[in-house]
Write a protein that binds this ligand. Structure first.
Ligand code: NBP
Length: 477
């Protein structure tokens, strides 16, 4: 009997994905460049299902039923191209190649086109949830042709996380759509984490609470509207004590955050498309700033405010305010991320169903949260909505939160605690609400120094003012 699906690249992700497939009754072909990984998988977990290990790529390809379904789970970038180049000559028209790595969606578009020309289906698929998700149910974001999804979809939906019986997997759209959505998902994840970190920092350094107390606050929040995986693990991390020193774990960890690049990809693409994702950008920059050791060391002696703590009465009320600020800023972060998905969808003609993306992020991935149900409802009620902020539920939540949100941002500024995520989110909210923006003045400046022209509010056409002459206005078209 032949294998239904194959996995090549059997490091942590590929190995767990293969086990997940086998556990769901799908016979899985296995291949890894270094055969030791294949062998150890079968030795350790062979009893979990039907595995077809192969020690050559040809043997692997031959062990698969046709049309073949192959998942590549190797390091993103050049290794993925190397594997595709080796694989393609062994395949036949109609075969399907899934790239489950964290590929740049532009690479996915290029690869999809190249394979399509050879009669093959290439499916760039975002897979979220790390090793644990790969084994027990990830959130899966497959792109590629609708035809390939007919064949792959049932298998992928079978191994994906389920929430209320609904699989966290759906066909995102053609070519690079799946990897694009995965990229934005990661950008939102950066933003979510930064906002939570700012909430902690304010409770600690403005309200003077201890990590253990803050863990309790997060635990309480996790039983309300902020219920999410990230809030849940935040409480765990804050409650943890370092065994070596007896200090709070958070105090013994070097405060320089790492990043693998998908957050900055999100921001780079947003810059390219002209989509304001200020909350995500601040989150990426906050990590860069934290890692700028020399810059920070050089700046440590700069003066701060005289007052650095809230008084005790204010600090008791403060946690509620921070909860409001966190919820409001989180709405902004998701609204910005979804705008980027809409922009990508429009640019490449992907026709992405935004509500369906919220649905498949409810489980399996790092940003899973009950809040995503609200986003799904918002897009169901108006699929092409310009922004999530104006959805009735979110608009009301923002309205109720805004006074507290403003107190938090101003407290942060007054006491000298950096809160770039909260501040950027509030500025975005206020800028979108504004009747008039100072962009009119910027247009004036641009016209003054560069004759860039401007439009008027009261008539159509473009104009230029003769700034260096009699300052009369002339039509510019
Ligand atoms: P790695 O990203 O560490 O890649 C290791 C695998 O790539 C091994 O199987 C290795 O084979 C293979 N490989 C390399 Br490197 N170069 C190769 C080449 N030229 N030809 C053939 N095989 C090659 O593995 P991972 O952490 O399991 O991640 C796999 C993918 O999943 C990545 O794209 C990653 O970004 C993505 N992802 C990871 C996570 C996570 O939590 N780790 C989460 C979501 C997505 P070898 O054994 O012979 O060296």
């Amino acid at each position: 009997e032949q294998a239904r699906i194959g996995v090549t690249g059997l490091a942590v992700m590929g190995r767990n994905l293969a086990r997940n497939l086998a556990r769901h009754g799908h016979p899985v072909a296995l291949y890894n460049r270094t055969p030791a990984r294949t062998r150890s998988l079968v030795e350790e977990f062979g009893s979990e299902g039907e595995f077809h290990p192969a020690e050559s790529l040809k043997e692997f390809v031959d062990s698969l039923e046709r049309p073949r379904r192959i998942i590549i789970m190797v390091k993103a970038g050049a290794p993925t191209d190397a594997v595709i180049d080796e694989l393609v000559p062994l395949l036949e028209p109609g075969d399907m190649v899934v790239d489950g790595g964290n590929a740049d969606y532009r690479d996915t578009r290029r690869r999809e086109k190249a394979l399509r020309q050879q009669g093959l289906h290439f499916v760039g698929s975002g897979i979220s949830g790390g090793e644990e998700g790969a084994l027990n149910g990830p959130s899966i974001m497959p792109g590629g042709s609708a035809e390939s999804y007919e064949s792959l979809g049932p298998i992928l939906e079978d191994i994906a996380a389920k929430v209320d019986g609904v699989p966290c997997c759906t066909h995102v759209g053609p070519d690079g759509a799946g990897h694009f959505v995965k990229m934005v998902h990661n950008g939102i994840e950066y933003s979510d984490m930064q906002l939570i970190a700012e909430a902690y920092d304010l409770l600690r350094h403005a309200a003077g609470k201890r990590p253990g107390e803050i863990a309790e606050i997060f635990r309480t929040w996790n039983s309300g509207r902020l219920e999410s995986y990230l809030v849940e693990i935040t409480a765990e991390v804050l409650a943890h004590t370092d065994a070596e020193t007896g200090k709070p774990f958070v105090d013994v960890v070097l405060d320089q955050a790492g990043q693998k690049g998908t957050g900055s990809w999100t921001v780079q693409n947003a810059l390219e498309f002209g989509v304001p994702v200020s909350g995500i950008a601040e989150a990426v920059f906050a990590r860069s700033l934290s890692g700028s050791a020399e810059l920070r060391a050089a700046s440590r002696g700069l003066p701060g405010p005289a007052e650095t703590w809230l008084d005790s009465a204010a600090s008791d009320r403060f946690a509620d305010d921070v909860e409001q600020a966190l919820y409001a800023s989180k709405i902004v972060a998701y609204a910005q991320g979804f705008n980027l998905i809409q922009a990508g969808s429009k640019e490449f003609g992907w026709d992405i169903d935004a509500g369906a993306m919220a649905t498949i992020w409810r489980g399996g991935c790092i940003i899973r949260a009950s809040f995503l149900n609200r986003i799904k409802e918002a897009f169901d009620s108006e699929p092409g909505r310009p922004t999530l902020l104006t959805d009735a539920h979110f608009a009301e939540a923002l309205g109720n939160a805004q006074a507290a949100w403003r107190r938090v941002v101003s407290t942060a500024a007054q006491l000298g605690v950096p809160a770039p995520g909260f501040s950027a989110a509030l500025a975005y909210y206020d800028a979108l609400r504004a009747e008039r923006l100072p962009a009119a003045l910027i247009q004036g400046q641009r016209d003054f120094f560069g004759a860039h022209t401007y439009k008027r509010v009261d008539t159509s056409g473009s104009f230029h003012t003769l700034w260096g002459g009699d300052r009369s206005e002339i039509p510019a078209d």
